[in-house]
Design a protein around this ligand. Sequence first.
Ligand SMILES: NC(=O)c1ccc[n+]([C@@H]2O[C@H](COP(=O)([O-])OP(=O)(O)OC[C@H]3O[C@@H](n4cnc5c(N)ncnc54)[C@H](OP(=O)(O)O)[C@@H]3O)[C@@H](O)[C@H]2O)c1
Length: 297
Amino acid sequence: MTSTPNTAARTGSAHEPVTVIGLGLMGQALATAFLAAGHPTTVWNRTPGKADGLVARGAVRAPSVADALTASPLVVVCLSDAAAVRDTLGPYRDRLAGRTLVNLTSGTSDEARDLSAWTAGYVDGAIMAIPEVIGTPEAFLLFSGAPEAFEKHRESLGRLGNATFFGADPGLAALYDVALLGVMWGTLNAFLHGAALLGAAKVDATVFAPFANQWLASVTGFVSAYAEQIDRGAYPAEDATLETHLATMKHLVRESAAAGVDTDWPARVQALAERAIAAGHAGTSYASLIEVFRGRA
Ligand SMILES: NC(=O)c1ccc[n+]([C@@H]2O[C@H](COP(=O)([O-])OP(=O)(O)OC[C@H]3O[C@@H](n4cnc5c(N)ncnc54)[C@H](OP(=O)(O)O)[C@@H]3O)[C@@H](O)[C@H]2O)c1
């Protein structure tokens, strides 16, 4: 159903000139990684003073956006949102001809597809990392958009972290981004709720955390197994039925209420399972909840 993404190694010796537009927390890290890898790096930021540290380390401060765009064949932009990208680069779109614009600003897939109309060399990107790890193998970045443009600059983009390319649809990297962030927020909400519940019994979060992490390692195994069921469209209850899950979900709601802990999160978890069961999935695996998320139950 899906193509296998293309993962680039972080090796290479090309040191092509690179421009970084946007020197917030993330933009600073991106420019620092390019500089550290030996790329001649031109920078521009709305508040010019944020370039001072980079200039001291060898970056060139562009006096204007237009100068920043024309300084390099590879232009990386990392601003707060798509509106800022449109406002900042929109008036200079003609300067992008023949260049690659890599937009590492977070946004939606529609925003990425709109911006891709600006230039044949548009690549959208999502950064699955914090600034501190940019330039190390711990950082992973997702890209999609113009294949030739990505290939041309694959080595330079690999300086930022492990780079994966998802093909020509410029919206796909943004879609992966929000889906992965959803996984993060769901996991963190569950941890925080559990910490509140155990905290009510005077168990510190730091005592709970190693158990949560150990359990998460098992949960990653469930993710892989359920992914196969989802792609097959068959949800045999090889481990536990959804009905069995529902019974224990009710315990979580009752324990939360008894401890004075907010019940919204576990009640939502319970409600999702009840909808799947009402649609006939009592005896199937947890993966059958996908039918609720697909809007079919
Ligand atoms: N920080 C992270 O851990 C992280 C991780 C993954 C992805 N990201 C994404 O990276 C992007 C940047 O995040 P950040 O952490 O660097 O944010 P940030 O520190 O708040 O920096 C925002 C940047 O956008 C610029 N900006 C905002 N509005 C602008 C406008 N209207 N015109 C021109 N420039 C404008 C700011 O310029 P000024 O300096 O002049 O205000 C600054 O350079 C976001 O889309 C974020 O979701 C961040």
